[in-house]
Design a protein around this ligand. Structure first.
Ligand code: F6R
Length: 240
């Protein structure tokens, strides 16, 4: 795990964004694993600008998002599909046929998990996986638990996650369940970049980097990945 502490969220966005740009320049049909949330936004701005300036084209990439809420229409303003459309996909030249999401409304979660795993494999596997980290150490929606997961599954969100995200929901209650990629699916990515900013992430970052590999801090498994970069601001790194 390569840990870098940077001054601002913008610097983190530039650094992570440039990793994505370089991946796509080296392999125009790269497979990108993408995350939602507040922390990735400067990275997505950077990628959108690089595309607008003509420095990179995303027309041949495939994307796979980490997670999606259950019991929320795909078109709802708070779905992760809408989030990605507004914050990245509408600003780059990605082909919408190559954009992949877990279906949070699939009637059979296990079949949906198998479908997603097969699609990732058909695309050739994820070249670069983007991650944030939850205050409780979750990655994607792999919440702290007694064991690590493998492929995608339906998860009941913890109170900590609901508390951190319910401010975004003003018309319907925040969903209690989500479909998420598993830890195994994340670990199979060839390269991983995790970003964390702010004091609210300091404990989770400490447990991830200094603690044992333990499913009660799902992000701690990333220490076992051969090519994982962690980009932090000083607040997120303040307990290290
Ligand atoms: C989002 C996701 C989550 C977030 C995490 C941090 O797709 O999988 O694990 O990365 O909850 O979210 P922010 O960046 O909003 O603090």
């Amino acid at each position: 795990m390569k840990v870098t502490i940077l001054k601002t969220a913008q610097e983190i966005g530039r650094t992570a964004g440039e990793m994505f740009v370089q991946t796509v320049l080296a392999k125009p049909d790269a497979v990108l694993g993408l995350a939602t949330g507040a922390t990735p936004l400067p990275t997505y701005d950077y990628m959108a600008n690089a595309c607008k300036e003509g420095r990179v084209s995303f027309k041949d990439v495939s994307t796979f998002n980490l997670d999606e809420y259950c019991d929320l229409p795909k078109s709802h303003k708070n779905s992760y599909f809408t989030f990605m459309t507004e914050n990245l996909f509408s600003k780059i030249d990605v082909n919408s046929a190559n954009v992949h999401f877990l279906d949070g409304n699939a009637p059979d979660a296990e079949a949906e998990s198998r479908r997603y795993a097969a699609e990732i494999e058909r695309a050739g596997g994820i070249d670069i996986q983007f991650l944030g980290i939850g205050r409780n150490g979750h990655i994607a929606f792999n919440e702290p638990s007694d064991k690590f997961t493998n492929d995608a599954f339906k998860v009941q969100l913890t109170e900590s996650t609901i508390e951190a995200n319910s401010m975004y929901f003003d018309d319907v209650p925040m969903p209690r369940f989500a479909m998420t990629m598993g830890v195994g699916s994340i670990m199979r990515a060839k390269k991983i970049v995790l970003v964390a900013t702010g004091k609210s992430k300091a404990e989770a970052v400490f447990a991830m980097i200094k603690g044992d590999i333990d499913p009660h801090c799902p992000a701690s498994i990333l220490k076992a990945h051969p090519d994982c970069t962690v980009l932090l601001d000083e607040d997120a790194a303040s307990l290290l």
